[in-house]
Design a protein around this ligand. Structure first.
Ligand SMILES: Nc1ncnc2c1ncn2[C@@H]1O[C@H](COP(=O)(O)OP(=O)(O)OP(=O)(O)O)[C@@H](O)[C@H]1O
Ligand SMILES: O=P(O)(O)OC[C@H]1O[C@H](OP(=O)(O)OP(=O)(O)O)[C@H](O)[C@@H]1O
Ligand SMILES: [Mg+2]
Length: 280
């Protein structure tokens, strides 16, 4: 039975639970910490997001969902298996506008963060000698309260930084998102392969739509060039032999542009349908 660690709190928790439910796994209804799902031959352990890499790294659970930033900060022997497309953020330095504007200027200053290992490694790699001040959260207040000169923290919209009167500077330290992780050096088990394929199915179902349209035979090559699909589009004969029907997968964010282009090459009756589930 595959043992899967899932965040029980924070930004990762709800989207991780939603994704697993979409992938056909048993849903957590209450606040239980352990949830067996015998129908799918897995067992879920709901753990603090920061602890997940530790459990996976020790091998006591087979696989976990966490943030790339949390994985790197844990310093444990676990590896990223697949990016999951939610909890996207950047990890950045920020300081009072005009005071500290480059990584070099961090030298000799105090950096507040909840990600000591990540920040410490980054500073060391860049040869910057600075003092890391550990805080559990609400890091953005550290400068105003005088405990640090700059901060290094998760930035999504940037509104928390702005509200604290701070401005990001330097290259982003990291682009983070939720990731599926497993212990380093362990062969991918059959259970992990099934879980991974299901999650990939959810990602594709979210990213793509199914597009159907009719097009005159003489324009079918132009049309399929616009909708090449993942492997090859399905082209079916119609009762009226001068037309064919085409079905193809199209990236959701390109739907309207693709419909406009298809219409321009003569396609008609263009229909778009959501994909509920898939295996690629
Ligand atoms: N505003 C945000 N947007 C996107 N991802 C975020 C955001 N805040 C945190 N994360 C991501 O969530 C993970 C941190 O998990 P954690 O549970 O500590 O999140 P949190 O939302 O800060 O929770 P809490 O502060 O309630 O403990 C990291 O991978 C981080 O990149
Ligand atoms: O760029 P933004 O969209 O403002 O989001 C980034 C903020 O969101 C998270 O904070 P959270 O609310 O989890 O509080 P925390 O500092 O206690 O972790 C993160 O730690 C940043 O502070
Ligand atoms: Mg937080």
């Amino acid at each position: 039975m595959l043992r899967i660690a899932v965040p029980n709190k924070g930004s990762l928790s709800e989207p991780a639970t939603a994704m697993l439910a979409e992938a056909g796994y048993r849903e957590r209804r209450g606040r239980e910490l352990v949830l067996p799902d015998p129908a799918n031959d897995v067992e879920f352990f709901f753990l603090r997001p920061r602890d997940i890499a530790v459990y996976v790294g020790s091998g006591t659970v087979d696989v976990g969902i966490t943030g790339r930033d949390l994985l790197l900060d844990s310093g444990v022997d676990a590896v990223e298996h697949r990016a999951l497309g939610f909890a996207r953020s950047t990890f950045r330095f920020a300081g009072p506008p005009g005071e500290v504007t480059s990584l070099e200027q961090v030298a000799g200053r105090r950096v507040a963060t909840s990600y000591d290992v990540l920040v410490g490694n980054y500073l060391a790699e860049h040869g910057i000698d600075a003092t890391v001040v550990h805080l559990d959260g609400a890091v953005e207040s550290a400068v105003q309260l005088g405990i640090a000169d700059v901060v290094a923290d998760v930035v999504e919209t940037g509104s928390t930084l702005r509200a604290a009167g701070l401005e990001a500077f330097g290259e982003p330290i990291l682009q983070s998102e939720a990731v599926l992780i497993h212990p380093a050096g362990r062969e991918a088990s059959n259970g992990l392969t099934v879980l991974d394929r299901r999650l990939q199915g959810v990602l594709v179902a979210r990213q793509y739509v199914l597009m159907d349209y009719d097009v005159p035979v003489e324009h079918v090559e132009a049309a399929v060039a616009i909708t090449p699909g993942l492997e090859s589009p399905t082209v079916s004969p119609l009762h009226n032999g001068e037309w064919v029907a085409v079905r193809s997968m199209v990236r959701r964010d390109a739907t309207n542009r693709v419909m406009d282009e298809l219409y321009d090459v003569g396609a008609r009756a263009i229909l778009v349908t959501s994909i509920h589930a898939c295996r690629i």
